[in-house]
Design a protein around this ligand. Structure first.
Ligand code: SAJ
Length: 403
């Protein structure tokens, strides 16, 4: 029997997943609300930066296995892979999941499989089940529904989609089994079975765990700054212990996952999630602290030299060696520093992008050469090749020159 897949959402995760499934010979009908995205994909091209993806999409489109549209059609398996942003920092917004689900409700038939991959608050799969059965009561207990979060790292998506283990939680055992059999066609990693609520929580916990660990490193960096200890050396030494593995401090935590997902837990369980909530505060505070440090350094320079400083802000991306500026702490710090600008000369540097609509970008070598104060916000590889110097004030928040 043919298994046609309807992929609701063709973004950073939906498109690679659709392409992977189509590559294996399954017909995939991808849906995106943005007509430009749909046109691009139907030309066999892509709208996101991800290694290997373009060729796979082109091949799938040419073979007729992948089509894109702004509206869904009837299929056998429906995957919801849309964003779940925040209305504000306290309330996750599942309206995209809801809208995508509503769009497919009229198309559902007995025996269909419905899977949510979008990061979602606990209970979302059950909520969507109630929504579906509310409108289609004749289908009650005749559909398979499961939650299966993605875990891929941008930049390595096509490999990780296939090789990462997956956690699959159905609303009942038969749904879990059905979803496992679906993913087993495309995934080589182990498929771990659980229930929908545990799978939802698992995704949130994975990213919260990393956030808490980074907060520990960031807290150490604040303490070490006061205690006059090199935090990078300290962490390296502590990690020589066989059961200690401290992560790296930085200019804060960014991206659209780790800096956001913990709030899904905190907003629903505010009394209980103390460490998770505090970790978020520490990681946010770290960016504010970095901006303050720049301010202090520039005033000190002025007092000592009797002139305004030339300041290089090195890096805008949310982590090293990528071009993604979403939720970037480096970008936040640059904005904050520029708000306090008082006729100093600034060089804003991001070697992974050519131009930006707000920041005028400078060449990183020029900026490093000319600046009196160099502020490393992201540990891009290019920066690591620069020669350390004592002739400038260097604020190395990213550990570029750590030994
Ligand atoms: N960071 C530090 N110190 C560290 C490691 C990271 O400050 O030691 C910062 C980075 O600079 C960045 C932020 O944390 O600002 C997040 O970067 P990341 O590389 O830790 O994670 P993401 O956001 O690119 O991807 C994460 C991954 N989750 C985990 O590692 C638990 C990925 O597997 C998920 O699929 C992804 O979130 C997601 O989509 O949820």
């Amino acid at each position: 029997m043919e298994n046609k897949v309807i992929m609701m959402g063709l973004g950073y995760i939906g498109l690679p997943t659709a392409a992977l499934i189509a590559q294996k010979g399954t017909l995939v009908h991808g849906v995106d609300i943005n007509p430009k995205v749909v046109e691009t994909i139907n030309r066999g091209e892509i709208h996101i930066v991800e290694p290997e993806l373009e060729n796979i999409v082109a091949e799938a489109v040419n073979k007729g296995n992948l089509t894109a549209d702004t509206k869904p059609v009837k299929g056998d398996s429906y995957l919801i892979v849309v964003p779940t942003p925040f209305k504000d920092k306290n309330e996750p917004d599942i309206s995209f999941v809801e809208a995508a689900t509503k769009a497919i409700i009229p198309l559902l038939k007995e025996g269909d499989l419905y899977i949510i991959e979008s990061t979602s608050p606990i209970g979302t799969t059950e909520k969507m089940m109630n929504l579906i059965y509310g409108e289609r009561p004749e289908l009650k207990d005749k559909l398979y529904m499961a939650y299966c979060p993605e875990r891929v790292l941008p930049g390595n998506v096509m490999y990780e989609l296939v090789h990462n283990d997956r956690v699959i939680g159905g609303i009942d055992d038969k749904s879990t089994e059905k979803a496992v059999s679906f993913y087993s066609k495309y995934v080589k990693g182990t498929l771990h079975k659980t229930n929908a609520r545990t799978a939802e929580m698992c995704k949130l916990v994975e990213n919260s765990s990393r956030d808490v660990q980074i907060a520990f490193a960031n807290e150490l960096s604040l303490i070490c700054d006061k205690a006059n200890i090199n935090v990078w050396e300290l962490i390296e030494l502590a990690n020589k212990h066989p059961r200690v593995n401290i992560l790296q401090p930085g200019s804060g935590v960014g991206g659209h996952c780790i800096a956001v997902d913990p709030y899904f837990i905190v907003s629903d369980y505010p009394m209980e999630s103390k460490i998770i909530g505090t970790a978020r505060e520490i990681n946010n505070y770290k960016s504010f602290w970095c901006a303050e440090k720049v301010q202090t350094a520039k005033l000190k320079f002025e007092l000592e030299h009797g002139r305004k400083a030339r300041i290089a802000l090195m890096g805008l991306a949310f982590k090293p060696n990528i071009d993604d500026l979403r939720e970037s702490p480096a970008k936040y710090i640059a904005q904050k520093v520029l708000q306090n600008a008082n006729n100093e000369e600034y060089y804003i540097v991001e070697p992974n992008i050519n131009e930006h609509n707000v920041f005028k970008l400078s060449d990183y070598k020029e900026a490093y050469k000319n600046a009196d104060i160099v502020v490393f916000l992201v540990a891009h590889n290019e920066f690591k090749a620069l020669q350390p110097t004592n002739s400038k004030v260097v604020l190395d928040f990213a550990g570029v020159f750590k030994t």
